[in-house]
Ligand binder design. Structure first.
Ligand SMILES: Cc1cc2nc3c(=O)[nH]c(=O)nc-3n(C[C@H](O)[C@H](O)[C@H](O)COP(=O)(O)OP(=O)(O)OC[C@H]3O[C@@H](n4cnc5c(N)ncnc54)[C@H](O)[C@@H]3O)c2cc1C
Length: 248
């Protein structure tokens, strides 16, 4: 059953990597078996802890990518070249390996499939991960609420979940606008999120959408400012920043 949890009261659980999937050149989805997992809501995250033989440990947060109904817990990790934890998770951890995690964490940045407002999802890079959990929950529950996704990536090859997003947009009320900041497919422009993109691709404020924005801190702040300037109520704009996390 889904619940909102308080990190300090959560126990560390030992998850086992069941399988992994390559998403892009730098992103990998990790599929875990987690005995005693109590369930989650779309948008929540977990803390992951790695401990070396000498006792040194490092902790990072990762959003849950899977829909709440899944039997297994999925995380998608983007490798940061000089990072401490993400290279291990994307290149070293193999099937059968254990990993300590705790969660679910976060009760604000969540979408409940019983909600009736249209939904606007705005992702920068790996910020798509918790939004994908919402899209998957939308599909799993047969929600008829219309979804719009604005997804900013550097190049087409950086789109995480590209084929699944394409399938889902064909089969459900999901409209996707891709923004390419460095290289676009032939004939398409490059560009960043802007007032013009918001005017063309977001729901108008009168539709009173629930808005979820996730990505690097600068992207999230720019997107939130643009939406509020366009007339969206600040209280309806929920944000999650994927800045560096680090050990507590
Ligand atoms: C709530 C939350 C959810 C998150 N969910 C995800 C997720 O689903 N998938 C995912 O891949 N990451 C996610 N992150 C980011 C993740 O927690 C780590 O920060 C990231 O994996 C880098 O860790 P690292 O140990 O490899 O790098 P570090 O050793 O911590 O940092 C190495 C260098 O990279 C910079 N850096 C750190 N993090 C980032 C970043 N996100 N973007 C750009 N530069 C960075 C640091 O400033 C430093 O210079 C989430 C963060 C938060 C707060």
């Amino acid at each position: 059953m889904a619940r909102t949890a308080i990190p300090g009261r959560l126990n560390w659980l030992v998850a086992t990597l069941a399988a992994a999937r390559v998403e892009t050149e730098t992103a990998r989805t990790l599929i875990f078996d987690v005995p005693d997992w109590t369930g989650h809501m779309a948008g929540q995250h977990v803390d992951v802890k790695l401990t070396a033989e000498d006792g040194y440990s490092a902790q990072r947060s990762y959003s849950i990518a899977s829909a709440p109904d899944g039997a297994r817990l999925e995380l998608t990790v983007q490798r940061i070249a000089d990072g401490e934890v993400s290279p291990y998770l994307t290149e070293v951890l193999g099937p059968g390996d254990p990993l300590e995690l705790r969660g679910p964490i976060g009760g604000w940045f969540v979408w409940n499939p019983s909600a009736t407002a249209p939904v606007l999802l705005v992702a920068g890079g790996s910020g798509i991960v918790p939004l994908m959990a919402m899209i998957r929950a939308h599909g799993a529950t047969g929600s008829k609420v219309p979804l719009r996704l604005i997804y900013s990536v550097r190049t087409p090859a950086d789109i995480i979940y590209a084929s699944e997003l394409s399938e889902r947009s064909g089969a459900s009320p999901l409209e996707i606008t891709y923004l390419y900041t460095r290289a676009a497919p032939q004939g398409a422009p490059t560009g960043r999120i802007s007032a013009d993109v918001v005017a063309r691709s977001a729901w108008p404020p009168e539709a009173k959408p629930a808005v979820f924005i996730c990505g690097p801190t600068g992207f999230v702040e720019t997107a939130a400012d643009l939406l509020v300037a366009a007339g969206h109520h600040p209280g309806a704009v929920k944000t999650e920043r994927f800045g560096p996390t680090g050990s507590p």
